[in-house]
Design a protein around this ligand. Structure first.
Ligand code: HEC
Ligand code: HEC
Ligand code: HEC
Ligand code: HEC
Ligand code: HEC
Length: 417
């Protein structure tokens, strides 16, 4: 509304200039002065009709309603209406969210409507120090709702998370969430997905059998340690969006990839895409969402240690360690060199990533415990020479064995009956 009046004033001024310039300069002068006064008035009116003022008045009225102590009521009545903010240079935070969200630390507002509702997490965290955007994202300095929540602002890289994604931010300070078995109230989405990545899934496969996460794991798939950092165009630039349904966003790519990896990363020679070997775990919608939130939380920690829960980064392992899935497997063969050549090759070529023998190994490919009963040598070599079957054996796994080595592995496998 105010913007329209401003435009109208400007138009009248331009017309006035054209008509009056040669005829009556006194009138023109008067017109300009009046317009200036009008614009000045409108600026003040805009300031006083600001959204946040309206919410502060409403909050104070409600607070007086809840209050019985006359002294407190008197103080409330005198509360100045002004922009409120949390400023913390160490965290790079200037958050004015509390200019509207005024009841966040007032338990009397636990059933109040937004933006006044008491915030449960305020009991455990000092919001006056850490602000809001550290957990929610959004545009802290803005004082209008749409800009502050920043959900549809093109050039803002950190739109406010939907409520069901806020847990992305917990591991920034609660790094122990990455530790097996650790639990934290309010971070259930993170801990349940962490358990999934550690093998609590239909295939009983750890994600680090293929991916490196924080320095631990394998290189069959991409390193996931910083998966949460790439945003917007940076993510589009490195990921094929062609097979994503709906909006082509990082969220949709990741979520749909968890639901069915080969649908998002299929064979597409034109785009130089090879069908992924990441298995379809059969995740439910809820699990795929939780896993997306979890992998979005993979970022380089950058907050000062004093804001962290345990004041330490002891869980950030440095590279070079092997995944327990792998060391567990290898530990059962203390002396590899004493084994038959075929079995040695089976172990060294990491066939057991995907194949189980006698209950040990991965479950991505068929169980080979009794493979000797299903194949003879001719059929096995034929299988290995079939490119479409072998496509699933691709990606970093050493299957470039020579004829003699294949022969040795075949003998080892065919003896398993
Ligand atoms: C100008 C007032 C105003 C400002 C500033 C503001 N909000 Fe809000 N916010 C609201 C109102 C009003 C609602 C209630 C729901 C609605 O109208 O969209 C709300 C709802 C919310 C919700 C819950 C509902 C949802 O859409 O998910 C969250 C979370 C939230 N705000 C966080 C923030 C954060 C974080 C900031 C600062 C970056 C902020 N708000 C700044 C007015 C504001
Ligand atoms: C420590 C992290 C953290 C901080 C800091 C934080 N929030 Fe939240 N907030 C959350 C979480 C988590 C939820 C989602 C709860 C849920 O619905 O599961 C939430 C929910 C909300 C909601 C929606 C409540 C509802 O019931 O739907 C609003 C509004 C909100 N926060 C505003 C704020 C404001 C304003 C600040 C700063 C004064 C703030 N938050 C600071 C973690 C945080
Ligand atoms: C900016 C850092 C920071 C972020 C982000 C953060 N926390 Fe915290 N949290 C802390 C610190 C520090 C404490 C310890 C506070 C104290 O003891 O005074 C804490 C304490 C807690 C506690 C109480 C635990 C106890 O042992 O008493 C819970 C529960 C909690 N946080 C949950 C969460 C959840 C859930 C999230 C994500 C939505 C989250 N926190 C995000 C820093 C953070
Ligand atoms: C058999 C190996 C394998 C297993 C097991 C596996 N992945 Fe993958 N994953 C891959 C490969 C290969 C890619 C890259 C190709 C693709 O799918 O886009 C990939 C891609 C990804 C990506 C996208 C990474 C990026 O930067 O583009 C994510 C996220 C991911 N996997 C998460 C997981 C999680 C979480 C698990 C465990 C639940 C898991 N993966 C299990 C092989 C695997
Ligand atoms: C990345 C996972 C992966 C790795 C590593 C892998 N395989 Fe496979 N393997 C599979 C899959 C998936 C199939 C099923 C393919 C099909 O039927 O199209 C399979 C099928 C087989 C079969 C046929 C089993 C049957 O019951 O039909 C044999 C034999 C086999 N692989 C041997 C090997 C050997 C030997 C190695 C190591 C040199 C190896 N695989 C490494 C995934 C893998």
């Amino acid at each position: 509304m105010i913007e329209k009046i401003v435009v109208a004033i400007l138009v009248v001024n331009v017309l006035g200039f054209i008509v009056l310039w040669t005829r009556n300069q006194n009138m023109l002068y008067a017109l300009f002065s009046l317009s200036l006064l009008g614009l000045f008035g409108l600026t003040i009116a805009k300031e006083y009709s600001a959204e946040w003022r309206h919410y502060q008045h409403e909050y104070i009225e409600m607070a007086i309603g809840y209050e019985k102590n006359p002294e407190t009521v008197a103080t409330l009545k005198n509360t100045p209406i002004k922009i409120l903010q949390v400023w913390n240079s160490e965290l790079g935070v200037t958050d004015r969210c509390i200019s509207c969200h005024m009841g966040y630390d007032n338990p009397a507002f636990k059933d109040a409507p937004e933006p006044f509702k008491y915030h449960a997490a305020a009991r455990e965290h000092d919001f006056n120090k850490i602000g809001c955007t550290i957990c929610h994202q959004g545009q802290g300095q803005a004082t209008e709702k749409t800009e502050a929540h920043a959900r549809h602002i093109m050039n803002w890289d950190f739109p406010m998370w939907p409520n069901n994604m806020v847990q992305v931010s917990c591991p920034q300070c609660h790094e122990e969430l990455f530790r097996p078995g650790y639990r934290l109230k309010g971070a259930e989405m993170i801990t349940s997905s962490r358990d999934i990545t550690e093998g609590a899934n239909s295939l009983e496969v750890k994600c680090i059998s293929c991916h490196t996460i924080r320095g631990v794991g394998e290189v069959l798939g991409p390193d996931l340690t910083k998966f949460g950092e790439k945003i917007g165009h940076e993510f589009d630039g490195t990921h094929v969006m062609k097979y994503v349904e709906g909006e082509k966003t990082k969220y949709n790519w990741t979520y749909q990839h968890f639901k069915d990896p080969a649908k998002i990363t299929p064979n597409d020679p034109e785009l130089k895409l090879e069908e992924t070997v990441m298995p379809n775990f059969g995740f439910t919608d809820e699990q795929a969402h939780a896993l997306t939130v979890y992998v979005f939380s993979f970022r380089t920690p950058n907050l000062p240690a004093k804001y962290l829960y345990h004041n330490s980064q002891m869980f950030m392992k440095k590279g070079g360690e092997t995944a327990s899935f792998i060391s567990d497997y290898e530990r059962q063969f203390p002396d590899i060199n004493s084994l038959p050549a075929g079995q040695r090759l089976f172990i060294k070529s990491k066939c057991w990533f995907c194949h189980t023998i006698d209950g040990k190994g991965g479950k991505i490919g068929p169980d080979l415990t009794k493979v000797g009963g299903r194949y003879d040598k001719e059929k096995l070599l034929e299988f290995w020479n079939n490119p479409s079957k072998m496509a699933k054996h691709g990606l970093g796994v050493k299957f470039n064995l020579d004829a003699n080595q294949l022969d040795q592995i075949a003998d080892f496998l065919l003896a398993l009956k």
